[in-house]
Design a protein around this ligand. Structure first.
Ligand SMILES: C[S@@+](CC[C@H](N)C(=O)[O-])C[C@H]1O[C@@H](n2cnc3c(N)ncnc32)[C@H](O)[C@@H]1O
Length: 413
């Protein structure tokens, strides 16, 4: 099919811009609303035609040159061609539209909290291993593909992670390792630790793990290589983090997000708070300092174990209920808690979890989400169940990418 001339007019969730051409809807990657672009068709996505801008005929005043040499090929970033303040505005529009589609109005004074320096923010990265003639390399999936693009740099990761990649590849080459699948690296934001986990395709073979770690450590004198757990400082508290548990990848904005959520939650002395989808309990320990106790619900047993340890390290009262939120909530007595904070994965809450929240009818509920469409869907269900949206904020945890984090305060009306 020949290139098309498209005029995208609004942002779509996913980083593309939406264009209409003779009644047909296109999602145009690497284009900005208000531009005129020459675009190449690139198949379909969720039933909608997709195209990629290959030439900009009329540029948006918000267009900038993407600084990363892999931008356009790498599947990691979608928005580097938009100046940062405009990325924030596009994200606000995407959230407003998701809320509107669900039948809600995003509060007009919604705060959009961006970063002063929106680069080098990721403290965790997962890199796919790829064997090349010269040896092992690490990289990311290409845009909308399972093929791997090896990279030498990534401007959104902590520089220590970028510098570690060739060291891991070199040690793997020296020990002639085969069957590598991926490498997960997490750095301590305020310490020298680098936590690592190497995965193999299929079952992990018997391999010289200690010798491997020793060689990598010798190549990276600036970091302390850790294979068990690392520390994450949270104001004057500290939490232990492992590779098999969730951690907010943007540490600087994690503090902004938690501050925004706590300002909405306003935990008071004497109150009991529920922390749902609690992970390793970073939110729980911070909230527990301000109130009588926190009940944390989490299904990942590794996270529960670490969460209990984190509560002990910080001398706070956090009681874990291991298991799924939708089942655990059935065990909670009416009137036991005065506030709830919840932070589910992208899929949002199961309908049974929403029904239980409505049954409990806790006065204040703060809902943190990394997916605007499920956030809006669940908020509407809570509003139908008797809640009102009091405040909302968007916290940019993922600059240069399409991902969006938002938080809302709901109160019983
Ligand atoms: C987005 S993370 C939030 C973690 C934590 N609040 C934080 O900020 O670090 C979501 C967590 O929910 C857990 N999870 C996912 N589905 C769950 C369910 N149905 N019930 C309980 N926990 C669940 C995951 O294991 C993960 O730890």
């Amino acid at each position: 099919m020949a290139p098309l001339i498209l005029r995208p007019s609004s942002p779509a969730h996913g980083g593309a811009a939406v264009a209409r051409d003779e009644g047909k809807v296109w999602l145009v990657n690497y284009a900005l609303p208000g531009e005129v672009v020459e675009a190449e068709p690139r198949g379909r996505q969720g039933g909608v035609a997709v195209a990629a801008a290959i030439r900009v005929l009329e540029a948006s005043p918000h267009r900038v040159a993407a600084p990363c040499p892999y931008f356009g090929a790498c599947g990691g970033c979608q928005l580097q061609h938009a100046e940062y303040s405009h990325q924030l505005e596009l994200k606000r529009q995407v959230v407003a539209e998701a809320w509107e589609r669900a039948g809600l109005r995003l509060p007009p004074d919604v705060a959009v909290l961006g970063m002063d320096h929106p680069w080098r923010y990721r403290i965790r990265g997962e890199f796919e291993a790829v064997p090349e003639a010269s040896g092992w390399r690490f990289g990311f999936h290409r845009m909308r593909s399972h093929a791997v693009l090896p990279v030498d740099s990534c401007l959104i990761h902590d520089e220590r992670i970028e510098r570690a990649l060739p060291a891991f590849a070199r040690a793997a080459d020296e020990l002639r390792l085969t069957g590598l699948q991926n490498l997960l690296l997490t750095v301590e934001p305020t310490g020298p630790g680098l936590l690592w986990r190497l995965r193999f395709h299929g079952r992990a073979p018997a391999w010289p793990r200690d010798e491997f770690a020793h060689r990598v450590a010798a190549l990276l004198p600036e970091v302390t290589l850790l294979d068990e757990a690392m520390s994450l400082e949270l104001w004057d508290m500290t939490c232990r983090v492992r590779s098999d548990t969730f951690v907010q990848t943007n540490y600087r904005q994690m503090l902004v997000l938690y501050r925004a959520a706590f300002n909405m939650l306003r935990p008071q002395p004497g109150e009991r708070v529920l922390d749902l989808y609690a992970g390793i309990g970073t939110i729980s320990v911070a909230v527990a300092r301000e109130c009588e106790s926190v009940t944390a619900v989490e299904e990942n047993p590794h996270a529960v174990q670490l969460g209990r340890l984190n509560a002990r390290i910080n001398s706070v009262r956090v009681e874990y209920m291991p298991g799924k939120v939708e089942s655990a909530l059935r065990e909670i007595r009416l009137g036991r808690h005065q506030a709830v904070i919840l932070d589910p994965p992208r899929a949002g809450c199961e309908p049974a979890a929403i029904a239980e929240l409505i049954r409990l009818g806790v006065e204040r509920l703060v809902y943190v989400s990394c997916e605007p469409s499920t956030h809006a869907r669940d908020i509407v269900a809570l509003v139908r169940g008797g809640y009102r949206v009091r405040r909302a904020a968007i916290v940019d945890m993922f600059p240069q990418t399409y991902h969006i984090e938002s938080v809302a305060l709901l109160e019983r009306s």
